[in-house]
Design a protein around this ligand. Sequence first.
Ligand SMILES: [Zn+2]
Length: 239
Amino acid sequence: MPFTDDIENLFVLSDYKRNTPDEDLIADVKKVAIQLEKNTVTIAEYELYGTFHPSTLQRRFGSWFKVMEVCNLDASRSCLNISEEKLFSNLEKVWTSLGRQPKYCEMRKPLSEYSVGTYEKRFGSFRSALKQFVEYVSSGIENKSKDNESNCKVKKLSKENKEVVRKTKRNISDRLRFQILMRDGFTCKTCGRSPVTELGVKLHVDHIIPWSKGGETIADNLETKCEQCNLGKGNAFDC
Ligand SMILES: [Zn+2]
């Protein structure tokens, strides 16, 4: 009966698809990448141009990120794989270089590494992204001691070869740096310059008492300085 045959063929077909060898799936993704002349393929692009369904590949390899990995394609460019931390870190960078909350239209290259669309996709809207970013930064204030004192005592040899136990690490976390910039109003504590009033002013956060001289990495020992004041301590570089 032809009808039964058709049904059987359908089953054979779907069974065959389920057992497509890894190599065939990989080859198909690579083919799409070549077709697009890109070093990466997004899920949406594969859905349009690929032979299989993206979910087949995601199930087989674990995630779309893994699919890119096994195909030797660039996974970092796919906005779906950008971690929340990276998106926040980029937002922090943009915010710092402007000295204020970024506007929707300012989220573009070269100022911002990721487009506003990437934030919208991830957080629903740009406004919601900003809200969650501020929550993320503020939540670090409660964990301040956990973040920076980190239980691990840094041991260091002093000039007298005596072991000095430090409470904090030298490195200032992104979150703490941003908190200090906010506290200081994105203004250099030495000369008062700020990217808000002067385009291109770069701000740093530095130890007041240097870490090497016993100053700890805590809010009270940190302050905002512009690049010029920070690097040109004593104007050594200006002469
Ligand atoms: Zn300055």
